[in-house]
Design a protein around this ligand. Structure first.
Ligand code: SAM
Length: 370
């Protein structure tokens, strides 16, 4: 059974690669898998990366455009839908005009796709901060809109390190199955961590196997001698606020001290979260060599294979890698969806939120809209 997938906010294709790799076979030998149909993103280089790696034989199906100008009528039918919507702006949550307004919050364009194409299932992704945005009302409203589009939803906070990803990365992922389909998605059980398999470490990710010096996107950053000296005084796992850094090298920062500044990886732990933006000191630093990671090393922490080529300059590539869903993590969740459809049992845990938990907040939303 092949699910044709459409995708909004496709980025470089982290979710898409997970979907492409996912495959299950039921007891009758029937294969369940996902095939790319179309994708959209506003960013030129993310689209180029996606087309090059996910659908090189039909690059025209990756449409580079602001989603607010995308003509849904021009897109082909789909059975599955993915959208890692940006958490740009929920400021008009209380106004309740999102779905109708031309420039509503970006997730509403995903809701429009669900209502128009009625895919059998969807997967949506967002940062963990979504749960507290607008005092929780944004999350509540998004879940309500997804449910009211005709889906049974399972929102959960996935801790990717618990699934063998060499990085502490926590993301809200919502899986929806169309109301008329009698299948119940369950959150796949963690496989790594205490009492389970050991966590995958930063060292394993970066050295097993070693990265060839001519690997794609593997250019080193040139640092000033002061940065190198500073890094040489920071032990693995510590950051720019380590107390034994000599006075003359200390950063002169007033206010909040961000713990990721010049933070070096700990080789025997999963890495901290790979991010896509930020200035000096936020590029993630090697545990033994006094330098920032290369994009290929960041891609390894995100579980992209070495032959996945990112397009664009160094900063554009860093941005794409930092925004993506780790493909190996996406694969685990999408295979669980495929197993749900194939009727294959798998170990599961309770979701962090039950879809009904938000009823009281929905009541508040309804009151706001009166
Ligand atoms: C979190 S990333 C998605 C990453 C993707 N799910 C992956 O796994 O690779 C969000 C994406 O939304 C895109 N985006 C932001 N505003 C947009 C808009 N108005 N129209 C279309 N895409 C937009 C960004 O360019 C970015 O690639």
């Amino acid at each position: 059974m092949i699910f044709k997938k459409g995708e909004l906010f496709c980025g470089p294709g982290g979710l898409a690669l997970g979907a492409k790799m996912a495959r299950v076979v039921d007891q009758n030998g029937v294969e369940y898998k996902v095939e790319h149909e179309w994708a959209n993103d506003i960013d030129e280089f993310a689209c180029k990366t996606y087309a090059h790696n996910i659908c090189p034989d039909k690059p025209h199906t990756v449409i580079q455009k602001d989603v607010r100008k995308l003509d849904l009528d021009s897109l082909g039918e789909i059975d599955a839908f993915a959208f890692g919507f940006p958490c740009n702006d929920y400021s008009n949550v209380g106004e309740r005009k999102g779905l109708e307004g031309e420039y509503g919050p970006l997730y509403t364009y995903g809701v429009k796709v669900l209502r128009k194409f009625r895919p059998k299932w969807f997967i949506a992704e967002n940062v963990s901060g979504l749960q507290s945005a607008n005092d929780g009302l944004a999350f509540s409203m998004i879940l309500k809109d997804l449910k009211e589009s005709g889906y049974r939803i399972t929102p959960h906070l996935y801790k990717f390190e618990d699934y063998g990803i060499p990085q502490t990365r926590h993301r809200i992922i919502i899986v929806g199955i169309r109301d008329d389909i009698n299948k119940e998605f369950k959150v796949p059980a963690p496989t790594h961590g205490e009492g389970r398999l050991p966590y995958k470490t930063a060292r394993q990710a970066l050295t097993e196997p070693p990265i060839p010096s001519n690997a794609f996107n593997h250019e080193m950053t040139r640092h000033s001698s002061k940065v190198i000296e500073l890094l040489n005084h920071i032990p693995a796992g510590e950051n720019a606020w380590y107390e034994e850094i000599p006075e003359h090298l200390r950063l002169n920062v007033k206010g909040a001290r961000i713990s990721q500044i010049y933070r070096r990886l700990h080789p025997d732990l999963p890495a901290y979260t790979v991010t896509g933006s930020g200035g000096g000191g936020t590029h993630m630093y090697h545990w033994s060599e006094p330098r920032a990671l290369t994009n290929r090393e960041r891609a390894r922490l995100q579980t992209f294979p070495d032959d996945f080529v990112f397009m664009g300059g160094k900063e554009k590539v860093r941005q794409q890698i930092g925004m993506a869903v780790p493909p190996e993590g996406a694969k685990i969740i999408i295979e669980a969806i495929l197993k749900t459809f194939a009727g294959i049992e798998y170990e599961s845990v309770e979701p962090k939120w039950s879809a009904d938990e938000f009823m009281h907040q929905q009541l508040e939303l309804d009151l706001i809209s009166v």
